[in-house]
Design a protein around this ligand. Sequence first.
Ligand code: S3P
Length: 190
Amino acid sequence: MGKGKVKKLKAPRIKSQAQSKNRSLVLTGFMGTGKTSVGRIVAARLGREFVDMDSVIEAQEGKLVREIFETQGERYFRARESELCVQLSPRNDLVIATGGGALIDAKNRECFKNAFVVCLDASVNEILDRLDGAANRPLLADGDTRHRVEELLVARQPAYSKIEHHLDTAGTSIQQVADKIVLAFEEATR
Ligand code: S3P
């Protein structure tokens, strides 16, 4: 092409898989940020199937997450989580709530590279208020819960920051968080 003849690139007419309307919507973020409650509402609003990863693993293993940690250990649980990410990766039209640690591993994040992934953010105080005790959270069971939450949040920050969309849930009801996600999803896939 000669000088001065700059060809303008047109916006592609075919949307990539990553922008398509039927891509799955994945909710992630720290324990107690409302992923499961929000996910249920968002799925109902979009008329989609809801998948709660912890519940699927509990059903597959016939044990609560806490019991899996106690009997088989965290490594075993993480391996089940990674397998489930691989299984869910080609699926469209789902709303998925991950466990709080599921997308810390880059391989697992890669499984959802075509999905609309939202990380729900909350402060330490809000997380502690919402956790309603740490009895069912094996990672928070030992020692001072506040200290554990702070420590884990710092350790996980680099991984959470790689998630494309973030939503600060401070002072926001579950319903309002769900509304914001549905709106953002519809705008992104319009
Ligand atoms: C975990 C979060 C939990 C559950 C498991 C480990 C984590 O899910 O998957 O206890 O590593 O943050 P919720 O985030 O739904 O509590």
